[in-house]
Design a protein. Structure first.
Length: 86
């Protein structure tokens, strides 16, 4: 009994695999078609296609101070709200 069920599961999995491979091939054909239409016009600003490492963002001292002050205000509000609840 278990043997028949195993064969049935294998048949279902094989069918699913064939179907998924066919879908993959269709999608790949569509991707290839779009790439041919684009030619070499693909944007080089995409991080996935760019070979250059991303540059690190640099904040000014004033910007860091503004961000730190805003975060301190947020935490102070959070602590005040928590103290009122308790």
């Amino acid at each position: 009994m278990a043997r028949g069920r195993s064969d049935q599961n294998a048949a279902i999995l094989e069918y699913a695999l064939r179907h998924l491979e066919r879908e993959r091939d269709e999608i790949q054909a569509k991707i290839d078609h779009v790439r041919r239409q684009l030619g070499n016009r693909v944007s080089s600003t995409s991080p996935a296609l760019s070979s250059e490492p991303r540059r690190k963002r640099v904040l000014s001292e004033a910007a860091r101070k503004r961000i730190a002050a805003a975060q301190k205000r947020r935490w102070a509000e959070h602590r005040r709200a928590k103290a009122k609840v308790e």
